[in-house]
Design a protein around this ligand. Structure first.
Ligand SMILES: Cc1cc2nc3c(=O)[nH]c(=O)nc-3n(C[C@H](O)[C@H](O)[C@H](O)COP(=O)(O)OP(=O)(O)OC[C@H]3O[C@@H](n4cnc5c(N)ncnc54)[C@H](O)[C@@H]3O)c2cc1C
Ligand code: SF4
Length: 814
């Protein structure tokens, strides 16, 4: 007999999903789980948005659980579809898209919103908060067009935003209401040292400044302060604090103060409804950092799984500044006050500052600047409330009391003397003992392996140096030297090693690769699964069956998921050339399915935006056109100019060439998306020199340019070769693309690949005609096996079923 109860989670963020992860471990079959998320993305690590903004980390890299995790765990998820109403009497929630879901248990985990100062002009274009992927993307896009950025708020978040904008090439000024930076976490000396360091990095500061108005017509132009001075700015980021999202809870009748009020077991004032995370208020505190929220999540999961728990008693928090290249740590009560004593050292030469605040023999707060290695141990002393009388100097300076100064213990000595129950990773609550266990008993001999096994340093990354030191401490020198990061935390193998092992050992499935190469996580993660799927398909083009479960949503549903949870459909239109009949067909389908928007894409195709998932197969069927792969790591478009067919300047037939290339390559998958263009003369109207491969006609010949990019990081393509005939254009194009397919890393655009390996290397690799022809042959072998994904789904009842909504949570509309 099934005793499965219904659990609904409102909020697909860090605290809510962490709770679900625990429930799945403690009581895997206890609940049928439905998740509603206002954002269109799978659950991701919000902390890492700072790193995405600063560059070096992509949005895909910060996904914690990709869509296949929801599917594999039987979780019904509604991304981009916020809950707008809770009926506590009927135990039912209703979403914006009209989905109704009943529950036995409801978890509110709606997080917070960026607090926007209610200033005149705050609603102007270009004024944003820093909270989610969308804000991050807005900032990245703004940096392409605008130069001057202002960040209001000199706290942790503001400085991380400012550092990111600086990396994006903007001129950044941070405006802070107080006299020193991060005044909620740092005292004056540390705040001043931080300011000096950041000024050296190019950041500008306006301290003690009160903003009065944001000026501009539609878009922000400047900020005016109360002292009537003005700062020009065409992007303003407000990072002045957060507000728990409690409107929905309030409407449902829950007791709300600053956050939704919860007891020690995360119960709200209405039975059957719990709250966790930043939206919850426990003993008067609504926390704004991950570690306490994860502790709350554990307690809630235990209660819902029927396991014993002592309840949540509140947390002491600590803070680290990420991405600025400056080490800052702060915890507890760091300011001096009546009854406290403090010890501090300030070394302006090396830029190091350390301070401990003591009360009645106990450590109650600490600030570290420039060297934060002791952060974890100080934090653990603050939390334990241990009496450290007589050991204060030893703890801060590393020298026994009364022995004068000294160089202090080495890192190795510090690691050895660290208590085993000390929390090393605050975000995930991982102790020194857990890391020791991973290294000594579970064979984790790399940082990546420890990360995936224990989650230590998998969030903000602030504890990475200590985790690495502990790895050396436990694994010894020999293994410590081999420390190397693999393609993700699940393996220490890099891309080239994996590819050669697959070839040498004849590995044929994702699972087989993971088993044979000893993956730390048996199921892999959102980073390695799609990459293995790609490598296997590239190596075994005729045998390998593409694994749907190893792909992200867009490629699983063969359409682009949009921010409101609907999809966009782009049929293939070769070379951007269509006909009245084809246009009428597209128009008829758009009308029939009430497609809210039809738009030309940047690549000269038509995009039907706002399509419901269940309508996708019907639309594809009625369009009766191939997929334009507008969503995939695949050939997107071959953009063409008018060429000599109509244009007065054209020397060659760019349309014919574009269509020919696109017809050949239209189902080609690749490590990343690939865009081509063909221009009929050097005027280059198809903008071929910012494409992955651009063909430009010159008098009596064609030039092939490669490695261009018009996206976030604009890069002009470089000249690969000049050829005379159309056949040579094809030969070089296909050989080049196959060489890229075979040698680039998963997710690496051609621009990044060329920068990494160098154009000369590629030129040399392709100079021999036999090599080129062999590459073309291998590409043709792959292309010969490809099928159109839309057609495949239309013709297969089982695949088609994936698009039908589940019966128990049906949309009310139609
Ligand atoms: C740039 C940045 C850097 C940060 N750095 C750190 C750091 O270094 N260390 C640290 O500890 N913390 C950091 N934080 C804070 C940390 O990210 C948050 O504390 C944490 O994400 C809160 O988790 P949560 O689940 O409560 O909320 P969230 O992760 O915000 O999740 C809540 C989700 O609920 C959704 N939602 C809201 N209303 C509804 C609705 N009605 N229906 C459906 N869904 C809804 C929201 O869209 C959101 O996706 C940082 C935050 C940001 C923005
Ligand atoms: S690139 Fe040359 S041929 Fe093509 S449209 Fe422009 S001017 Fe005409």
């Amino acid at each position: 007999m099934s005793t499965t109860k219904k659990l609904v989670l409102v909020g697909n963020g860090m605290a809510g999903i962490r709770t679900i992860e625990h429930i799945l471990k403690l009581a895997p079959h206890a609940y049928e789980i439905t998740v509603f998320g206002a954002e269109p993305h799978p659950n991701y690590n919000r902390i890492m948005l700072s790193s995405v903004l600063a560059g070096g980390t992509s949005i895909e890299d910060i996904v914690i659980n990709d869509w296949s995790w929801y599917e594999d765990n039987g979780i019904q998820v509604y991304p981009g579809d916020p809950v707008i109403q809770i009926d506590a009497n009927r135990k039912e929630v209703v979403s914006r898209n009209g989905v109704r879901a009943t529950y036995d248990e409801l978890i509110m985990a709606t997080g917070s919103q960026a607090f926007m100062l209610p200033l005149p002009g705050a609603d102007k274009e270009g004024v944003i908060g820093f909270r989610d992927i969308k804000d991050c993307e807005t900032m990245m896009a703004a940096s392409q067009t605008y130069r001057k950025a202002a960040v209001i708020g000199g706290g942790l978040l503001g400085l991380e935003a400012a550092r990111g904008l600086l990396n994006l090439g903007m001129d950044v000024t941070v405006i802070h209401i107080n006299g020193h930076l991060m005044d909620r976490n740092l005292d004056l000396p540390a705040g001043l040292m931080l300011q000096r360091e950041l000024e050296e990095q190019g950041m500008k500061f306006l301290l003690n400044k009160h903003t009065e108005e944001i000026t501009g017509k539609h878009r922000v132009k400047a900020i005016r302060f109360t002292d009537q001075t003005v700062l020009e700015a065409d992007l303003v980021v407000m990072a002045v604090g957060i507000r728990p999202q409690v409107e929905l809870a309030r409407q449902a009748g829950l007791d709300v103060s600053r956050g939704v009020i919860v007891d020690d077991y995360m119960n709200t004032s209405i039975p059957g409804i719990s709250a966790v995370g930043e939206c919850a208020e426990h003993r008067g505190i609504a926390y704004g950092l991950v570690a306490p929220l994860y502790e709350q999540g554990m307690v809630l999961a235990k209660r819902l799984a029927g396991a014993a728990t002592e309840g949540y008693e509140g947390s002491v928090t600590s803070t680290k500044l990420k991405v600025s290249g400056v080490d800052v740590f702060s915890a507890g009560q760091f300011k001096d006050s009546a009854g406290t004593r403090s010890i501090r050292i300030q070394d302006d030469v090396d830029g190091v500052y350390k301070k401990m605040v003591l009360k009645d023999g106990e450590l109650i707060g600490a600030v570290l600047f420039g060297d934060t290695t002791d952060g974890a141990s100080l934090f653990s002393l603050i939390k334990s409330g241990e009496n450290i009388s007589g050991r204060e100097k030893e703890i801060l300076l590393g020298v026994p009391s009364g022995s004068g100064s000294g160089s202090g213990p080495s890192i190795a000595e510090r690691m050895a003397s660290m208590p085993v129950d000390e929390i090393v990773c605050g975000c995930n609550g991982v102790t020194k003992a857990a890391i020791g266990d991973a290294v000594l008993n579970k064979g984790c001999n790399t940082l990546g392996a420890i990360k995936s096994c224990t989650k230590a340093s998998a969030s903000c990354g602030g504890c990475k140096p200590i985790v690495e030191s502990l790895l050396v401490h436990y694994a010894g020198d020999a293994v410590g030297e081999q420390v190397k990061e693999g393609i993700c935390g699940c393996t220490s193998y890099d891309r080239d090693e994996i590819v050669s092992q697959i070839k040498e050992m004849g590995l044929k499935t994702v699972k087989e690769v993971m088993n044979v190469l000893g993956w730390n996580e048996p199921e892999g993660c959102s980073k390695c699964r799609p990459s293995l799927n790609y490598y296997l398909g590239m190596i075994w083009p005729t045998e390998y069956e593409d694994e749907r479960v190893s792909k992200f949503t867009n490629e699983r549903y063969h359409a682009n998921i949009q921010k409101d949870g609907t999809y966009s459909v782009i049929p293939r239109i070769y070379g951007g050339v269509t006909s009245p009949a084809e246009l009428m067909k597209i128009a008829a389908v758009a009308e029939k399915y009430d497609v809210p928007m039809v738009k030309f894409t940047g690549g000269q195709r038509l995009d039907l935006l706002g399509v419901q998932k269940e309508n996708l197969p019907k639309i594809w069927e009625e369009l009766d056109m191939p997929s334009g792969f507008g969503y995939g790591k695949a050939l997107r478009t071959v953009k063409t100019c008018v060429g000599n067919t109509f244009c007065r300047f054209g020397t060659q037939d760019s349309i014919e060439m574009g269509i020919r290339l696109e017809k050949k390559l239209d189902k080609m998958v690749a490590p990343a998306k690939v865009k081509l263009a063909v221009s009929g003369c050097p005027r280059n109207c198809a903008e071929a020199t910012i494409k992955d491969l651009g063909v430009v006609a010159i008098d009596g010949a064609w030039e092939l340019h490669v490695g261009g990019n018009g996206g976030v990081k604009v890069r002009a393509a470089e000249l690969l070769c000049t050829v005379k005939t159309d056949a040579e254009v094809e030969e070089w194009t296909y050989a080049y693309l196959q060489y890229y397919r075979e040698n680039a890393r998963w997710n690496e655009r051609t621009a990044a690949w060329i920068e990494r390996v160098g154009l000369d290397h590629v030129k040399k690799a392709l100079e021999d005609r036999d090599v080129r022809l062999a590459l073309v042959e291998r590409l043709e072998l792959t292309l010969g096996r490809t099928v159109d994904p839309w057609k495949e789904i239309i013709d297969n009842e089982k695949l088609r079923k994936n698009f039908t909504p589940l019966a128990d949570a049906q949309p009310t509309a139609h």
